[in-house]
Design a protein around this ligand. Structure first.
Ligand SMILES: [Zn+2]
Length: 65
């Protein structure tokens, strides 16, 4: 897997996150060896499920004028 920022080599790692109320939360993710960018499965799913912006609706309204 290549880094989306610098296209460097990324390695799979296991991270610990303390944001969870139940204590530490371990998750698997990818870390870039060059710039240190960290990508986990949650970030990846958020990027793919991003809602479409409302800009298209504004364009329709402007077309009436
Ligand atoms: Zn990178």
């Amino acid at each position: 897997m290549d880094c989306q920022r610098c296209h460097g080599k990324m390695v799979e790692e296991e991270f610990s996150d303390l944001k969870d109320d139940s204590g530490s939360l371990n998750f698997r993710g990818w870390r870039c060896l060059l710039c240190g960018e960290i990508v986990d499965s949650v970030i990846l799913s958020n990027r793919s499920h991003r809602p479409t912006p409302i800009v298209s609706r504004n364009r329709k309204i402007m077309a009436y004028h």
